[in-house]
Design a protein around this ligand. Structure first.
Ligand SMILES: [Zn+2]
Length: 58
């Protein structure tokens, strides 16, 4: 599991080429920010959990 401030490596690349995201808000919907381009998106937790390759705790 992840918490706010953790960095996540996802299986799928963002269109910008980035794979590392920072958790801004955890919950049923999780807000994550792409550390390569700065884009913020909201994803359902269940969907995000399947996408996580690696969790880097702060
Ligand atoms: Zn990006």
């Amino acid at each position: 599991m992840y918490t706010v401030g953790d960095k996540l490596e996802l299986r799928k690349e963002h269109p910008c080429g980035g794979k590392i995201w920072e958790v801004l808000k955890a919950g049923v919907d999780t807000r994550i920010k792409c550390l390569t381009c700065g884009r913020v998106i909201l994803l359902p937790r269940e969907k995000l959990l399947k996408q996580i390759k690696k969790t880097m705790h702060k």
